[in-house]
Design a binder for this molecule. Structure first.
Ligand code: ASP
Length: 403
């Protein structure tokens, strides 16, 4: 028998959960535990996943001894486009406010744990005074990321033997964590069933709920379209001096693949091939920028994280201060760097931002239900940005392209 694909499973679970929530209101506790276990499992993997992913990422870049001019340019492009993407999301979510007044049946009221009132405080707290305490406190995610970056960097500064042992070790840990994450993600349909049934059962205004979720999805999609069809083409046109339409045509296949697999990593071979053969980028540039991009350059994911967290905050009735919104932007950027290029990795990362700004993780509940659909669009955006980066950088290195 052919296996039903995960996104269909999720859709089926979603519909069944709504029906269950409506017709078996009183018996919702028979299924709500599944949602709780699923959320706990997601929380369980956050710290080791982020730690190993960032340590590996940083150590591998250093090992390739590529942190020269090319490395700097690439990083600059990646960070700049991700920030543009996040700001587009932040702008639209503040204008449309999809979460305001949305009754998502979020049980507890939040008493926002204030992160710090000044930028100075925030910066000071990024440096952990006890890294083991940070590992055990979900709210100190930034410290964990900070430590991981330093650790990864200094792996590359040690002697040959230590360097090799440590890089291989953390690559292996990361492999294990990716497998473990994929395993947990297989249970998403059950998790969604529990969470959505519980939400629906406690919901008087189901239509209102659907409307808020619809508006939320619309805001994410609009922001992704703005970034993909306006910002990135402008950068490609004016910084790269490449015709964005021709380039789009050249990378159609990887974009469709990204959309249907929801995985930048799985799409990577096709992206490399298209960028080399159709755009005419040299292998030197593509083999450096694209694998790096598939791992750390995730414009769509960064944008999505920001909108999702703002949506949850709005639904909780929490007004985030400018300082906290800046924290959301910075963490969304870091979370997108730390997210693996696999389906639904962005969802795991949202929990990090929520903890950083002090919002309850339960807020993820309904977002989860529509995550898989949005994942397709954000992954395509991620790959589109990687490919634009490759041509922009190739041009800046003086290459003559076909597009
Ligand atoms: N699926 C995305 C990717 O592979 C990551 C994410 O979940 O946002 O690019």
């Amino acid at each position: 028998m052919r296996k039903i694909q995960l996104h269909w499973q999720i859709l089926i679970a979603f519909i069944l959960a709504i029906l269950y929530g409506i017709f078996f209101k009183e018996h919702v506790n028979y299924v709500s535990w599944m949602g709780e276990i699923f959320l706990r499992a997601l929380k369980m993997i956050i710290i080791p996943l982020v730690l190993s992913s960032i340590i590996c990422g940083v150590a591998n870049i250093g090992n390739a001894e590529n942190l020269g001019r090319l490395g700097l340019k690439t990083m600059l492009y990646y960070i700049m486009t991700s920030i543009f993407a996040i700001l587009t999301g932040l702008f639209l979510v503040n204008i449309f406010k999809p979460g305001v007044g949305a009754d998502l049946n979020l049980g507890q009221k939040v008493d926002l744990e204030v992160i710090g009132d000044s930028l100075g405080d925030v910066l000071i707290r990024i440096v952990p005074d006890n890294i083991f305490l940070s590992f055990s406190h979900n709210t100190q995610m930034l410290s964990v990321i900070f430590f991981a970056i330093l650790f990864g960097y200094f792996i590359t500064r040690t002697g040959k033997k230590s360097q090799q042992v440590m890089t291989e070790f953390f690559n292996a840990v990361f492999d294990v964590m990716m497998k473990l994450t994929l395993f947990i993600i297989k249970f998403t349909p059950l998790g969604i069933f529990g969470l959505v049934a519980e939400k629906v059962a406690g919901q008087d205004d189901l239509i209102g709920l659907m409307q808020s979720m619809g508006l939320y999805m619309l805001v994410v999609l609009m922001a992704l379209f703005m970034h993909g069809f306006i910002t990135l083409p402008l950068i490609t046109r004016f910084i790269g001096k490449v015709n964005p339409l021709k380039h789009f045509n050249a990378v159609k296949t990887p974009l469709i693949t990204a959309f249907s697999t929801s995985s930048s990593n799985a799409t990577l071979p096709l992206t490399i091939q298209a960028v080399e053969e159709n755009d005419g980028v040299s292998n030197k540039i593509s083999s450096f920028t694209l694998p790096l991009g598939a791992t750390i350059n995730m414009d769509g994911t960064a944008l999505y994280e920001c909108v999702a967290v703002m949506f949850i905050a709005q639904a909780y009735g929490v007004e985030l201060t400018i300082m906290q919104q800046i924290m959301v932007v910075v963490t969304a950027l870091l979370a997108s760097i730390g997210a693996a290029g696999i389906p639904m990795a962005g969802l795991v990362m949202i929990t990090i931002i929520l903890t950083v700004v002090g919002l309850p993780l339960e807020g993820v509940g309904l977002i989860l239900a529509v995550d898989r659909i949005l994942d397709m669009f954000r992954t395509a955006t991620n790959v589109w940005s990687d490919s634009c980066g490759a041509v922009v950088i190739a041009k800046s290195e003086g290459e003559t392209l076909k597009v």
